[in-house]
Design a protein around this ligand. Structure first.
Ligand SMILES: [Zn+2]
Length: 457
C-alpha cells in the first residue's frame, strides 16, 4: 500500500492527481440533482464541472489554479431567466402602473420606434448583463430586435443566452418588412449556430401579432435551421379574444396546434390563460412554458396555472419578462419568491410551490423548458460550469435552518457574491470582471434624457 502511494506521488509530482481551473470548497452544495452536500466542493476544468462531492474527498484530488472558499455560502447552479427583453432596461420605469394598452400604445411603442437601434440594444444589454451577473443569472432567453448585437454583448459579458430575434407583422426597429425579417433571421442563425454560449432562436412575437402564414413560415424555418422558437402565448384575455376572432373561437394553443406550429422546440411564454385542454396539448407536444409571475401581477394579466402545468408534465421555467413597466428588475431570487407566494395565495394553500420547487423552476426547470437541460441547470459532473455562490452570512439571511428557504424567502439578488459561466468567473466577491458597470450606468442616464426628449416631439 505504501509503495502504491509513493508511486502515485512520483507520477503526479504532488498529492493532487488532477488539475482544476476553479475549485469551490467548503459550501453547502445545492446540486438540484439530489440531496444537498454540506461542506462540499465543486471542481471545474475546461469549462465543465468535473467533480461534485464532499470537500474531504474532492479537495485532495485536485490541484486548482483558483480556489474559492465558500464557507458559509450556498453553491448552486446559476439561475435561468427563461423569458426577458434585456435591452428594455433602458426603459425601466418609464411608465408604470398603467393599463397594458395605454402602456404599449402611448409609451413603449413610441419610445422604441424613436430610440431603439443597435447602440440602444448594446448599452441596454450591457446594463442588463451587469444586473444579471450581480444577481446570479447565468443564462437568459431574450426576445428583442437587433438580436445579433444582443448576442454579441451577452458573449462579451460571458453570459449564456438563448437569443430570440423578434419578428412581427408590422415594421420593427430593425426590420421594416417581413422579407427583411426573414433575411435577418437566416443571417443571424448562420452567424451564431454552434456557439458555445449563444443559442440563436426565432421569436415571432405572439399569435395575434404574426399572421397564420408567417407563423407557418417561422415553423418551417425553425425546423430547417434546427433552432428553437420563442413566443408569447395566452398572456392576456385580450390576446384570447383576438386569436378567437381569427380562428373561429380557438384558444391560442389550439390555434397554434391547428396550423402545425407546436413541437418540442417551442417555448411558450406566460401561459396565464391555458385551459386544461391547452395544457394537454403542450404536454403532448413537449412545449416548454415560462412562468413570469411578477410581470403577470404588474400588468394584472392573471395567474398562470403553474401547479396544473407541472402535473400534466409540462417543463416549466421562470422568467422576469422585460424590465420596463412589467417587473421592473431582472432579479431571479425575487422572481422565485414571488412565484411561490403567488401560487400560495391564489390556491389558498401555503404548501403550494415550496422554496425547493421554485428553485427548480429557476434553474433546471428553465433549462428543460429551453431545451438546455443536458448542458446546464444542475451541478453534476459533465455539465457546463454555470455556478453561483450565495452568501448566507449576513443579517437578513441568518440563522440558516434551510438553505433553500434562506435563499428564496430571505436573501436577494444582492446576496450573490460569485458568478461563473462556462467555467469563467464573471463576478468574484461582488466585483464584476467582464462588464464595465460604471460606463453602462452612465449611458443609461444619457438614454433617459434622450428617451424623454423623444416622447415630447
Ligand atoms: Zn415578454
Amino acid at each position: 500500500m505504501r509503495k502504491l502511494v509513493f508511486a502515485a506521488l512520483f507520477l503526479t509530482g504532488s498529492l493532487h492527481a488532477e488539475t482544476a481551473d476553479v475549485l469551490i470548497t467548503g459550501g453547502t452544495i445545492i446540486t438540484m440533482a439530489g440531496p444537498n452536500i454540506e461542506n462540499g466542493s465543486v471542481a471545474i476544468a475546461g469549462g465543465k464541472i468535473v467533480a461534485v462531492g464532499k470537500s474531504s474527498e474532492i479537495d485532495e484530488r485536485f490541484a486548482a489554479k483558483t480556489t474559492i472558499n465558500a464557507k458559509g455560502t450556498a453553491v448552486l447552479p446559476g439561475f435561468v431567466n427563461a423569458h426577458t427583453h434585456v435591452p428594455m432596461t433602458l426603459l425601466r420605469g418609464i411608465a408604470d402602473d398603467r393599463d397594458l394598452m395605454e402602456w404599449l400604445t402611448n409609451f413603449i411603442f413610441p419610445a422604441e420606434a424613436k430610440n431603439v437601434d443597435r447602440d440602444f440594444v448594446r448599452w441596454g444589454t450591457r446594463l442588463a448583463a451587469a444586473e444579471m451577473i450581480r444577481s446570479g443569472t447565468t443564462t437568459f432567453a431574450d426576445m428583442y430586435y437587433f438580436e445579433s448585437d444582443i448576442a454579441r454583448e451577452a458573449k462579451n459579458a460571458g453570459l449564456r443566452a438563448v437569443a430570440g430575434e423578434t419578428v412581427l407583422d408590422f415594421p420593427a426597429p430593425d426590420n421594416k418588412t417581413w422579407d427583411e425579417a426573414i433575411a435577418y433571421l437566416r443571417k443571424f442563425v448562420a452567424e451564431w449556430k454552434g456557439d458555445p454560449l449563444i443559442t440563436p432562436a426565432l421569436a415571432p412575437h405572439a399569435p395575434f401579432t404574426v399572421s397564420r402564414e408567417h407563423l407557418q413560415q417561422i415553423r418551417a424555418l425553425a425546423t430547417e435551421l434546427g433552432v428553437p422558437i420563442l413566443i408569447h402565448v395566452s398572456e392576456t384575455r385580450e390576446e384570447l379574444r383576438q386569436v378567437a376572432e381569427r380562428s373561429n373561437g380557438l384558444t391560442p394553443p389550439a390555434y397554434l396546434e391547428s396550423i402545425g406550429f407546436l413541437a418540442d422546440d417551442v417555448v411558450a411564454n406566460h401561459g396565464v390563460w391555458l385551459t386544461p385542454e391547452d395544457m394537454q396539448r403542450f404536454a403532448a407536444r413537449k412545449v416548454g412554458v415560462v412562468h413570469c409571475p411578477e410581470s403577470n401581477m404588474m400588468l394584472a394579466s392573471g395567474v398562470a396555472p403553474v401547479i396544473q402545468m407541472q402535473r400534466v408534465g409540462i417543463d416549466v421555467g421562470l422568467g422576469t419578462d422585460g424590465p420596463a413597466g412589467s417587473n421592473n428588475n431582472l432579479d431571479m431570487i425575487e422572481e422565485m419568491a414571488s412565484a411561490a407566494r403567488l401560487q400560495k395565495v391564489v390556491r389558498s394553500d401555503p404548501k403550494a410551490l415550496t422554496a425547493r420547487e421554485v428553485l427548480e423552476l429557476g434553474t433546471i426547470g428553465g433549462a428543460r423548458a429551453l431545451g438546455l437541460a443536458d448542458r446546464i441547470g444542475t451541478l453534476e459532473s459533465g455539465k457546463q460550469a454555470d455556478v453561483i455562490v450565495i452568501d448566507l452570512q449576513d443579517a437578513k439571511s441568518q440563522p440558516v435552518y434551510s438553505a433553500e428557504s434562506a435563499i428564496v424567502y430571505a436573501a436577494s439578488g444582492a446576496s450573490v457574491v460569485t458568478t461563473i459561466v462556462n467555467g469563467k468567473i464573471l463576478m468574484r466577491d461582488r466585483k464584476l470582471l467582464t462588464v464595465d458597470e460604471d460606463a453602462a450606468v452612465a449611458k443609461a442616464k444619457e438614454y433617459r434624457a434622450k428617451v424623454l426628449q423623444s416622447l415630447k416631439k
